[in-house]
Design a protein around this ligand. Structure first.
Ligand code: ZN
Length: 160
């Protein structure tokens, strides 16, 4: 079965940047997503179109088709009390910031007694990424998956 809109695709991936491996999905369940609903970065969706189960391929994706460019405005100084945690934060931690649009994951750059410098850019923003993809399975989506806009089951969306 070919990958096209409203197919559910399961795949393993290896993510690297300039020859350095960053993530590898082989140890867990394959990733699963509903094709054509924006659930994946566009560079990867483009590269998957028309592929079948068993295919493997490699694609290098520039920031504009991956996690976007880094925005200097996303680096901000904010009061430590805006974090909904009692845990002591340190440089490099990722913490959830409570915002009016809901929780936002930010990377801690520096923490003082009352203020913290944080970076709200996606950790992979501004990076050219190489994906090694193994397509494990391609199937038709259910009507429920299409109406929700995501795949269900292991590796996909788990409803409580
Ligand atoms: Zn759902």
């Amino acid at each position: 079965m070919r990958i096209e809109k409203n197919k559910v695709v399961s795949f393993h991936y290896k993510l690297s940047e300039g020859g350095t491996e960053l993530e590898y999905s082989r140890e867990g369940d394959p990733m699963m997503f509903l094709y054509g609903h924006g659930g994946l970065i566009s560079g990867l969706e483009d590269a998957m179109e028309g592929r079948r189960n068993g295919d493997n391929f490699c694609v290098t994706v520039p920031p504009e088709k991956a996690y976007g460019h880094r925005s200097p405005e996303a680096v901000q100084r904010i009061p430590v009390k805006h974090f909904g945690t009692k845990k002591k934060l340190k440089r490099g931690d990722v913490a959830a910031l409570q915002t009016s649009q809901g929780p936002l994951d930010v990377t801690i750059i520096k923490v003082g007694k009352f203020m913290a410098d944080v970076d709200a850019n996606h950790p992979l923003a501004g990076r050219t990424l190489t994906f090694d993809i193994d397509i494990v399975d391609v199937r038709d989506a259910t009507e429920e998956e299409i109406s929700h806009g995501h795949a269900h089951g292991p590796g996909g969306h788990q409803h409580p």
